[in-house]
Ligand binder design. Structure first.
Ligand code: RUQ
Ligand code: CUA
Length: 654
């Protein structure tokens, strides 16, 4: 029976593609019925700035890209979980520790959900957080430098998917596990999953001053799949909601076996109650092994520390803290409206949307209207928590965002559309096609108490014929809609990096003024910095050679180095002496098994080089920095391993 339903849905999927493809396949004949004013609405004239920043996750690229909205222009790819040769992230000595984990150096991840820090439920523009799914990690990006400054690994977690969403005052960034696993990990038969595997929900505290992250506690839940999550806000501040699927606890052929139950759950977690419990000494500290990597802006260096324990909480030890809200058809998205009253569960195998009421939930708890329990966690009666249903809104609902004016917008993957509906009447008001198979959508501030309901950005899984073909791999795509009127209007398609999984947006004014222009040289505490040309030197320590080098338009100091030998390990520590905005220098060395450096004004970066061949080898500046950029070069003389040529270095002494 369930198999048939799945077949039916896959059937719909193909029908949907076939339909939309032939409808819009001929791009020379139709531009998707845009009104002529659409172009004006996204046109940002040369030299003008966009109204919003959009931070769009790179999905399997592991990065986070910064776009302007409404123009869709790409400004920067912020390297987060993956090495990036353009910026030397994960290649230079300073940032390699950022990618350290309990599994060693992991230079890639799958980044899904960015979320901007909040104060009193409103975006505050200090940081944006994003999750790494594959090797569970949470990263923090500083929005003054637009650089990743902290990554914390999440132990006892796997497929870190219901992450990384922040509470109303950024008390916590929360990370739920998608896959349940043995906790602690151990060698055991997979088919003993049921009842034995556990799902960890991690509450990572964020220091209000410096933003430092630390795992405050992990709730060790039954072995379901925790898919998405959202914080309560306003009246439901203090709670957190997690959608679950596979409450069947199947470990094989989930496409069938995890679709048996008519309803899975949204888990409602009273984190304030659990916080109080652990603050009073509750919970169990257990051994763990996870990396905490922090980038220090004054040393321009990251350090990685292995942490050895974590505080766990058994839900049964904190009665009244966790309840399960039955939610039909393997819910995916779990979204809370700006008032905190409504919790929207998107049963992805359903045509309807289920909306729970926070007020009714509290009353049901009060009146003990339970229909049973799962591993001792009370299940609230479905009817007693249900606020309403949006009937037959589309096929395959995934995610919902809010405009702050009483409307909600839900994506439907199978029917490829965004559907606008009204809170409380649960009436569908409008629907617009997406091209194709939309996943998430984003309204700037849509995760906060104060959304900026002017645009919605749809992020699509499939692009097909929307752009010029580029072989079997075509770009993924985002689409921008104007939602300021009653009807949505499609304004723009634009290509994205990796998979545009989810995004966070905010008004440009929130970040613009705070954006850092350069690093002050006098504040540079890098241990290998040379802060003036007089400080430059080359030092040998056995087979290791440290070059303290500077760069300024338009030369390196020193630019000629002799006395390096085959078999040495040479570190180029390069300080950019510039103190002007937007004057980076780069450097690379022939044969180096790493990337170039891209050094910002006032910054020091290091790359290593192991010369393998005798000769005189050049290095040069890789970033076009001045009219004399091509003159920025130098040589290293490499002598045989047994040579007795002394180290020497020079600049301007031919
Ligand atoms: S999930 S497409 Cu990775 Cu955000 Cu729903
Ligand atoms: Cu410095 Cu080009």
């Amino acid at each position: 029976m369930m198999k048939n339903i799945i077949k039916l849905f896959s059937g719909f999927l193909f029908v949907a593609f076939a339909f939309t493809s032939c409808d819009n396949g001929n791009s020379s004949q139709s531009n998707g019925a845009l009104s002529s004013s659409a172009a004006e609405k996204v046109y940002v004239a040369p030299g003008e700035h966009d109204e919003f920043y959009g931070f769009i996750s790179g999905g399997f690229s592991g990065q986070l890209a910064v776009y302007g909205l409404p123009s869709g222009r790409l400004f920067k790819v912020i390297p987060v979980f993956s090495q990036d040769a353009e910026k030397a992230y994960g290649y230079n000595e300073e940032t390699k520790p950022m990618l350290n984990t309990s599994h060693g150096f992991v230079p890639w991840d799958d980044s899904h959900h960015p979320d901007i820090s909040q104060t009193n439920g409103e975006l505050d523009g200090r940081w944006v957080f994003i999750n790494g799914n594959n090797t569970p990690r949470i990263a923090k990006i500083d929005l003054t430098t637009f650089e990743t400054t902290e990554i914390i690994e999440v132990p006892n977690s796997a497929g870190n998917h219901s992450s990384s969403f922040v509470t109303e005052n950024t008390e916590y960034v929360v990370a739920g596990t998608r896959f349940s696993v043995p906790v602690p990990q151990k060698d055991m038969p997979i088919n003993e999953y049921k009842g034995n595997f556990k799902g960890a929900l991690s509450f990572i505290s964020v220091d209000p001053e410096d933003g430092r992250m630390d795992i405050k506690f992990q709730i060790i839940m039954p072995g379901f799949n925790y898919d998405l999550s959202h914080p309560g806000r306003d009246k439901s501040h203090g709670w957190f909601f997690f959608s679950t699927y596979n409450t069947e606890e199947a470990s094989s052929l989930l496409e069938v076996n995890a679709s048996q139950n008519d309803k899975d759950f949204i888990a409602a977690v009273n984190w304030k109650k659990i916080e109080e419990y652990v603050n009073n000494g509750g919970g169990t500290t257990v051994p763990a092994n996870y990396a905490h990597n922090v980038y220090d802006e004054s040393t321009h260096m990251a350090t990685s520390t292995m942490k050895k324990e974590v505080l766990t909480v058994n839900p049964l030890d904190v009665p009244g803290a966790i309840y399960l809200l039955p939610t039909p058809k393997s819910p995916h998205g779990c979204d809370v409206d700006p008032s905190g009253e409504y919790i929207v569960g998107s049963g992805k195998l359903s045509a309807n949307l289920t909306i729970h009421s926070f007020t009714k939930m509290l009353a049901a708890i009060e009146g003990e209207k339970f229909s049973g329990d799962a591993y001792g966690i009370p299940i609230i009666n479905f009817e007693d928590v249900l606020a309403g249903t949006v009937e037959q809104a589309g096929l395959g609902p995934l995610h919902t965002e809010f405009d702050g004016k009483g409307n909600a917008y839900t994506t439907f993957f199978i029917s490829s559309e965004v559907v606008k509906w009204e809170l409380e009447t649960w009436e569908v008001i409008d629907r617009k096609d997406t091209y194709y198979s939309v996943g998430h959508l984003m309204i700037p501030g849509g995760n906060s108490r104060k959304p900026f309901g002017k645009y919605v950005l749809a992020m699509n899984k499939i692009t097909k014929d929307r752009y010029l073909p580029t072989g079997p791999e075509v770009t993924q795509s985002a689409q921008l809609y104007d939602i300021s009127g009653d009807k949505m209007e499609l304004l723009l398609d634009f290509p994205t990096i990796g998979e545009p999984h989810y995004a966070a947006g905010c008004p440009a004014d929130l970040l613009k003024a705070n954006s850092k222009k350069l690093f002050k040289l006098e504040e540079n505490k890098h241990p290998y910095a040379a802060l003036t040309e007089a400080d430059t030197k080359v030092v040998r320590d056995g087979k290791t050679v440290h070059i303290y080098m500077t760069t300024i338009r338009s030369h390196f100091a020193p630019d000629n180095i002799e006395g390096v030998k085959v078999g040495d390990k040479v570190y180029f520590h390069v300080t950019n002496l510039e103190q002007d905005y937007d004057v980076p220098h780069g450097i690379s060395m022939i044969g180096a098994n790493t990337s170039e450096l891209l050094i910002m004004p006032g910054q020091t970066e290091t790359f290593s080089w192991e010369p393998k061949q005798v000769g005189v080898w050049p290095f040069y500046c890789t970033d076009f920095c001045s009219a004399l950029h091509q003159e920025m070069q130098g040589y290293v003389r490499v002598s045989p391993a047994n040579s007795n040529i002394e180290l020497s270095w020079s600049l301007g002494e031919d």
